[in-house]
Design a protein around this ligand. Structure first.
Ligand code: PEP
Ligand code: CO
Length: 455
C-alpha cells in the first residue's frame, strides 16, 4: 500500500510529551563522561532509518490481544544480555532455531497459534543493583550492557562510551536483518521442522522432538497430497523485543508514523519496563505511556493490586486489547501466593492484560564457587505455579518469557543432563544472568505444552 499521500501531521503536544520524562526521576542511566559526545550520537540516532515499521508493531498488538483472550500464546526468549561479539550468524541461527523448535512443540501440544518473539536485536542494556563494582580493592562503574560500556574490568572498558549506542543500533540492524532472512526466506518453513534439530548434540529432549517432527511431517505430507497449499508456511512472523531501559537511545529512535501521526519506538516491536524502573512517577513509565508499541511491565513479588491498577491506568488508559503485558517474575516459592490476588484484581478492574510468566528472574542464586545460576526445577515449578494460579482464578495464562540460548552452555543447574555445581564451569558464557541451554529450553517447551493442553 502507498501511504505517501496520507501523511498525517502529528499533534505538537504529542511530540512535546515525548520529552516530558526529562523532568522526572530517571533510574539506571549511565553517566557519559563527555556530554557533548553523547549529544552528537543522540542526534545522529535521531536521523537513522527505523529498525521496525509501525504497521508491524500494530500487527503484533493484534497478536498479543489474541493471546490475552486465550486464543494464542506468546513465546518470548533470548539472551539476558546480547553482546556485540555474540551477534554472529551461528549464534543467531541457533537461537532462532531453538525458538522455532519450542514454538512447534507448543503449537502441536496445545493446538494454539504461538506468537514468536526474540529477546533479540536490541537487548543490550542492563539494569544493575549497584552503580559500581569492586574487585580486589579496585572500584569501577558496573557493566551496564554492551550498548553502554565493556565487560572487561579495567577503567577504559568500564567507562561509558556513547559511540556504543551507534554500534548497538547497527548490531541490532544486522541481527534483525538475519532474523528476517531466516524467517521470511524459507528457513522457518514448517516443512523444515526436522532440519532445525540438526547440528545440536543428541539428547533426550532432541529425540523426543524428532518423534514429534516425524508426526508433523506426516501430517503436512498428507495435507499436501490432499491438495492443501502450504506456501503460506514459508514465512513466519517473528518479533523483536528488548528492555526499554536506555532512555536517550529509545527516545532518539522514536518516530512519528506518517500514516497516523502517532509516535512509535522503532528500535524493536515490543519493549518492556523492568522491575527496577517501573515506578509510577518515573521517567520510564511516563515515556512508554506515550508511544504506540505494545508495552510489557515486569511484576516482582512486591507488586500489589494497587500497582496493577495504577500501571494499567497510566500505560493503558484506553484498555486497548494487546497494549499491556504483565510479565510476572515472583520466584517459585512465591508465585502461588502472590499471583492469584493480582489476577483477581484484574478481573475486578475489568482489564484483560496479557499475562506472561518469566520463571527466570525470581529464581536466581549464587553458588559457593561464585556462579550466578538458577535451578531448572525452580524454573519449571514457577511455570507450573503460574498455570495453577490462572486455573484457580479463571484468567488466561498467555505466554512465557525465558532467557535461553541455542548453544550447549552450562549455566542453569539440573535438567535431564543433570548439570551440577561443578559442571557449571564447563561452559559458562553469559555476561549477565544464566540462560537455559538448547536442551533445557526444549524440555521446558514440552512441559509448557502439557500445561497448555489441559488448560
Ligand atoms: C531482565 O529481564 O533481564 C531483567 C533485568 O529482569 P527484571 O527487570 O525482571 O529483573
Ligand atoms: Co536477566
Amino acid at each position: 500500500m502507498d501511504y505517501s499521500e496520507h501523511v498525517v501531521t502529528p499533534d505538537p503536544q504529542v511530540v512535546a510529551g515525548l520529552d516530558h520524562w526529562r523532568t522526572l526521576p530517571v533510574k539506571q542511566q549511565p553517566q557519559w563522561p563527555d556530554a557533548s559526545a553523547a549529544a552528537a550520537v543522540v542526534s545522529e540516532l535521531a536521523t537513522v532509518p527505523p529498525l521496525v515499521f509501525a504497521g508491524e508493531v500494530d500487527m503484533l498488538r493484534d497478536r498479543l490481544a489474541r493471546a490475552a483472550r486465550g486464543e494464542a500464546f506468546l513465546l518470548q526468549g533470548g539472551d539476558c544480555a546480547e553482546t556485540f561479539a555474540g551477534a554472529t550468524a551461528d549464534k543467531i541461527r541457533n537461537r532462532v532455531k531453538t525458538i522455532l523448535q519450542m514454538a512447534v512443540v507448543l503449537t502441536y501440544g496445545a493446538s494454539l497459534p504461538i506468537v514468536k518473539m526474540g529477546r533479540m536485536a536490541g537487548q543490550f542494556a542492563k539494569p544493575r543493583s549497584n552503580d559500581d563494582e569492586t574487585r580486589d580493592g579496585v572500584t569501577l562503574p558496573a557493566y551496564r550492557g554492551d550498548i553502554v560500556n565493556g565487560y572487561d574490568f579495567n577503567e577504559e572498558s568500564r567507562t561509558p562510551d556513547p559511540a556504543r549506542m551507534l554500534q548497538g543500533y547497527h548490531t541490532a540492524a544486522s541481527t534483525l536483518n538475519l532474523i528476517r532472512a531466516f524467517t521470511q526466506g524459507g528457513f522457518a518453513d514448517l516443512r523444515m521442522v526436522h532440519s532445525w534439530n540438526k547440528g545440536f548434540a543428541e539428547n533426550p529432549a532432541n529425540a523426543r522432538y524428532e518423534g514429534l517432527a516425524r508426526e508433523i511431517d506426516r501430517a503436512v505430507k498428507f495435507m499436501e497430497a490432499a491438495g492443501a497449499d502450504f506456501d503460506e508456511l514459508k514465512r513466519v512472523e517473528f518479533y523483536a523485543s528488548h528492555e526499554g531501559l536506555l532512555m536517550e537511545y529509545e527516545r532518539a529512535l522514536t518516530r512519528i508514523d506518517s500514516r497516523t501521526g502517532l509516535p512509535y519506538v522503532t528500535s524493536g516491536h515490543f519493549l518492556w519496563i523492568g522491575e527496577r524502573t517501573r515506578e509510577l512517577d518515573g521517567a520510564h513509565v511516563d515515556f512508554f505511556s506515550r508511544v504506540r508499541n505494545p508495552i510489557g511491565v515486569k511484576l516482582g513479588p512486591s507488586s500489589t493490586p494497587d500497582t496493577l491498577k495504577k500501571l494499567s491506568d497510566q500505560l493503558d488508559p484506553g484498555r486497548e486489547p494487546g497494549r499491556l503485558t504483565f510479565i510476572t517474575r515472583m520466584g517459585a516459592g512465591e508465585i502461588r501466593e502472590k499471583l492469584p490476588p493480582l489476577l483477581t484484581a484484574s478481573q475486578e478492574l475489568g482489564i484483560t492484560p496479557l499475562w506472561v510468566s518469566d520463571p527466570m528472574h525470581g529464581n536466581g542464586m549464587t553458588t559457593q564457587t561464585g556462579y550466578k545460576t538458577r535451578r531448572f526445577d525452580d524454573v519449571v515449578d514457577e511455570v507450573k505455579g503460574f498455570f495453577e494460579a490462572h486455573r484457580e482464578v479463571g484468567t488466561h495464562p498467555g505466554g512465557i518469557h525465558v532467557e535461553l540460548t541455542g548453544d550447549d552452555v552450562t549455566e542453569c543447574l539440573g535438567g535431564s543432563q543433570n548439570i551440577d555445581e561443578l559442571g557449571l564451569e564447563t561452559r559458562y558464557e553469559s555476561l549477565c544472568d544464566p540462560r537455559l541451554n538448547h536442551q533445557q529450553s526444549l524440555e521446558l517447551a514440552f512441559l509448557v505444552a502439557e500445561e497448555l493442553s489441559h488448560r
